[in-house]
Ligand binder design. Structure first.
Ligand SMILES: Cc1cc2nc3c(=O)[nH]c(=O)nc-3n(C[C@H](O)[C@H](O)[C@H](O)COP(=O)(O)OP(=O)(O)OC[C@H]3O[C@@H](n4cnc5c(N)ncnc54)[C@H](O)[C@@H]3O)c2cc1C
Length: 375
């Protein structure tokens, strides 16, 4: 096993570091124009969609270069690559894999140049973990589908331009009856209603579809192949969630807090329980890093992202809340960051669920990695 990067890869890392040092202002110096200017600079370097094929407008880079780019960006807390998180992380790759030439030309340039925003319509009120039981129907009438039903927990639906959506086109076949449609959010018959989160923020919605007409040209993949499309999209979603670099940076922040904190009148790091907790976090994050490299190796061998992402997503879900609780405990409720940390720690109760709950990741691991029988 070789964990070293080649001379060319290290040269690319140096290029990224130099670019970031020259172009990324400190968070407090980022004005209202910053996001657009930043995305423009990244687009010029073709770092948005960096590993997408050049003929699709991407950077044509290898997965290792993309890994290095993301790693360096996360280290300095740079904003995400491009403004359309869902669009770039899974809608674009799904279009590249399953889209027609016409669909690629229509959607990919907007995605790469941050001109659009996608949301994702999978979950329904009684069909979340058991996604394949979804009920929202699409019936083909001439060259249009007529869609009726309801989605829930739809992040960003209140400002998205498009929804990447799963519908049922046939009721007999559980998996084979599911189709993927790309629907403009301003279509007549779509109604978006907000759901406020635990901390009062509006990021979730319910979305109602009442006789929404969708041209058949907006179907991604063949009718009945939506499950195949979504399996790839979910693996891409989980692979983003499961990246270790972000957790490595948070661990460094936590260590910084611990170095400056006191517990029972003594430096907090003299307390063995604090040291033990930090060591456990460090061990788990190392496991995430190595597992991430294993996933990367598999992808380099031509296999799509797979079950490793479930392992890392599960570990991450076990780390976020305890790491934040420790930081908060060490800082004390009087600290200037306390409110921000409390709010963040409450949002982790949600992020642990998005992309599939811990139980669902355990099911995937037990069936596909450990080959245990289904109950
Ligand atoms: C932050 C966040 C963002 C989200 N964004 C979106 C989005 O943009 N679009 C979208 O479509 N959805 C989104 N969701 C919804 C998310 O995908 C679902 O909440 C998730 O899949 C769980 O479904 P559910 O809420 O219906 O829970 P349920 O499926 O009802 O699960 C309830 C409990 O039962 C357990 N459970 C269920 N089935 C099993 C089983 N077979 N074995 C063991 N345990 C089981 C679960 O682990 C869970 O603890 C988001 C959710 C969150 C929290």
């Amino acid at each position: 096993m070789d964990f070293d990067f080649s001379a060319e890869e290290e040269a690319f890392r140096a290029e990224v570091q130099e670019f970031l040092a020259e172009n990324l202002p400190a968070p407090e110096a980022r004005g209202p124009e910053f996001a657009a200017e930043w995305n423009q600079k990244l687009a010029e370097k073709r770092w948005i969609g960096f590993a997408w094929p050049r003929e699709e407008g991407g950077g044509g880079a290898g997965l290792i270069e993309q890994f290095i780019l993301k790693q360096e960006m996360a280290k300095v807390q740079a904003p995400p690559l491009g403004s359309d998180f869902m669009g770039l992380a899974w809608v674009g790759p799904a279009l590249i894999r399953h889209g027609t030439d016409e669909q690629k030309q229509r959607f990919l340039p907007d995605l790469l140049e941050s001109r659009t925003l996608w949301c994702t319509g999978y979950s329904e009120p009684d069909h979340g973990s058991d996604l394949a039981s979804l009920k929202t129907r699409a019936v083909l009438e001439g060259d249009e589908y007529v869609v009726n039903g309801q989605k829930i927990w739809t992040t960003s639906a209140h400002f998205a331009k498009w929804i990447f959506m799963l519908v049922r086109t046939e009721s007999e076949s559980r998996y084979g009856g599911i189709t993927c449609l790309l629907i403009p959010m301003d279509s007549p018959g779509i109604e978006v209603q907000p759901i406020l989160s635990l901390v009062g923020q509006h990021s979730f919605n319910q979305v109602f579809f009442n006789d929404v007409r969708v041209p058949v040209g907006n179907r991604l993949g063949a009718e009945g192949e939506g499950w195949k499309v979504v399996m790839g999209a979910l693996a891409n979603e989980r692979s983003g969630i499961s990246e270790a670099t972000d957790m490595e940076r948070r661990l460094e922040d936590l260590k910084e807090v611990a170095r400056g904190a006191r517990k029972n009148g003594r430096p907090a790091l003299e307390d063995s329980s604090v040291r033990r907790q930090i060591a456990r976090f460090e061990a788990k994050i190392s496991a995430m890093r190595l597992n991430g490299l294993r996933a990367l190796t598999k992808q380099l061998q031509g296999n799509p992202p797979s079950t490793e992402t479930s392992v890392n997503k599960l570990i991450r879900g076990q780390l976020e809340i305890p790491m934040h609780d420790l930081a908060l405990g060490l800082q004390g409720s009087e600290s200037q960051h306390a409110n921000q940390w409390t709010e963040q720690s409450l949002t982790f109760h949600g992020t642990v669920i998005g992309g599939g709950t811990p139980n669902i990741q355990r099911n995937i691991i037990s069936e596909r990695i450990l080959k245990l029988p289904k109950d």
